[in-house]
Design a protein around this ligand. Structure first.
Ligand code: C2E
Ligand code: MG
Ligand code: MG
Length: 412
């Protein structure tokens, strides 16, 4: 073991985060990385480490199961249990500054205490508060500051009419312009939701997207629609329809040019109130879409009751629809069901010509995905709109090159 460099074990299922950690920490520590909990256990069993960074993206249970194991096999280690990229970066900053050797998720579990006390017994510095409180505060502070600085930008991904190949709208997707990095929502939305900052962030996205849509409207795209994701807290917040009405009035965007995307889970907490809010929005002329459809647990009867205009078919179904008959059958069933309930279907995550052709054959209404256009800045989206259909891959209506005979499914 290197005398001067403490040894660190990084356990994470996410390649990108693992690579970042590796790069950041390798100057200070000797790093060993693992890709999964199973690998980690194998490494732990045969070695010992000074710092263990774990449970960054692993399911909670795995992390919890590992704690007693860590206590047994790595009693000399300083265990670091953190979650999410923001927290990791704050943790690294703090460790570098020598603030502490030990960070953990705020699990107040006896097992955690065992690990901690063993670390103390073996002469490790342990600074309190140790259960992640100050770390989280730091991450929250950075989020708040970013909101104040207007560091969030909205990108747009084209939504395409699958039958005519024309761009009919765009989904607004928030990004955090953090120094030189453009952070994706997965890195900060969970913390924004946990702290309630999502209400302010969501409102600023809605305002920016409506203002942008009005500019496109003024440039000759009268029917162009912008779709905005709304989190459960926004939906449940007092008078969300009032906020939307104010934003539409201020920006001058006609309500029919705005689509609000909600998820099934965001309606689950208080379905009655959620449905009332959706009714109020629709009454104003705003469109409603159910995002990531098929991934929640709501019943089909529920779909009938929801005042919605469209269903966004989740990318996970689209992914395998041209490869596995069961997935193809599900896609077909969802499209048919939605159409029978007079809802439009927007397929997400279209990444290939084959998927597009298959969806077209099933008369899916609209689509979105890397094959049709990646999310880009408003300027990039503007250029794309100027060119309109030129960049939308002229896919012949008859083209279909998979091993599945699409018409068999379509006809079944
Ligand atoms: P979503 O609403 O389902 O958005 C679609 C996500 O899929 C976007 O990721 C988009 O970049 C990605 N995507 C689009 N086409 C493809 C494709 O062909 N292949 C693959 N693999 N991915 C594709 P992004 O931008 O990282 O957003 C992730 C999620 O973050 C969104 O999922 C949405 O739930 C949430 N989100 C984004 N912006 C906002 C916002 O302003 N407010 C709230 N509350 N949530 C937001
Ligand atoms: Mg969405
Ligand atoms: Mg989605």
């Amino acid at each position: 073991m290197n005398e001067t460099k403490p040894r660190v074990l990084i356990i994470d299922d996410d390649d990108e985060i693992r690579d970042i950690l590796n790069e950041l920490l390798s100057a200070v520590y000797d790093c060993t990385t693992c890709s999964s909990a199973a690998d980690a256990l194998a490494v732990l069993a045969s070695d010992s480490f000074d710092v263990i960074l774990s449970d960054i993206n692993m399911p909670e249970m795995t992390g919890l199961e590992m704690i007693p194991y860590l206590a047994n096999v790595a009693p000399r280690s300083v265990v670091v249990m953190i979650s999410g990229q923001l927290m990791i970066e704050s943790a690294i900053d703090a460790m570098r500054a020598g603030a502490f050797d030990y960070i953990t998720k705020p699990f107040d579990l006896p097992q955690v205490k065992t690990v901690v006390s063993r670390a103390v017994d073996h002469g490790k510095r342990l600074h309190s508060p140790m259960l992640g409180g100050n770390l989280k505060d730091k991450a929250v502070e950075r989020l708040e500051q970013a909101l104040k600085d207007g560091a969030f930008v909205v990108h747009y991904q084209p939504q395409v009419d699958i039958q005519s190949n024309s761009v009919v709208g765009a989904e607004a997707l928030v990004r955090w312009n953090d120094e030189c990095r453009l952070r994706l929502p997965g890195e900060f939305i969970p913390l924004a939701e946990e702290t309630g900052l999502i209400v302010e962030l969501g409102e600023s996205v809605l305002r920016a997207a409506c203002a942008q849509a009005r500019r496109w409207h003024d440039s000759g795209l009268a029917g162009f629609r912008v779709a905005v994701n709304v989190s459960p807290q926004q939906l449940q917040h007092d008078d969300f329809p009032g906020t939307v009405a104010e934003i539409l009035e201020t920006t001058g965007l006609p309500p029919r040019n705005l689509e609000i995307e909600v998820t099934e889970t965001s309606l689950m907490q208080d379905p009655e109130a959620g449905i009332r809010t959706l009714h109020a929005l629709r009454k104003m002329g705003v469109k409603i879409a159910i995002d990531d459809f098929g991934t929640g647990y709501s019943s089909l009867g529920y779909l009938k009751r929801l005042p919605i205009d469209s269903v966004k078919l989740d990318a996970s179904f689209v992914k395998d629809a041209t490869r596995h008959p069961d997935d193809a059958a599900l896609v077909m069933a969802i499209i048919t069901l939605a159409h029978n309930l007079r809802k439009k279907v927007i397929a997400e995550g279209i990444e290939s010509e084959d998927q597009l052709a298959f969806l077209r054959l099933l008369r899916c209404d609209e689509g979105q995905g890397y094959f049709l256009g990646r999310p880009g800045s408003s300027d990039e989206m503007g250029l794309r709109l100027e060119r309109r259909q030129d960049d939308l891959g002229h896919v012949p209506q008859t083209m279909f090159r998979t091993s599945l005979a699409a018409h068999d499914y379509a006809a079944a």
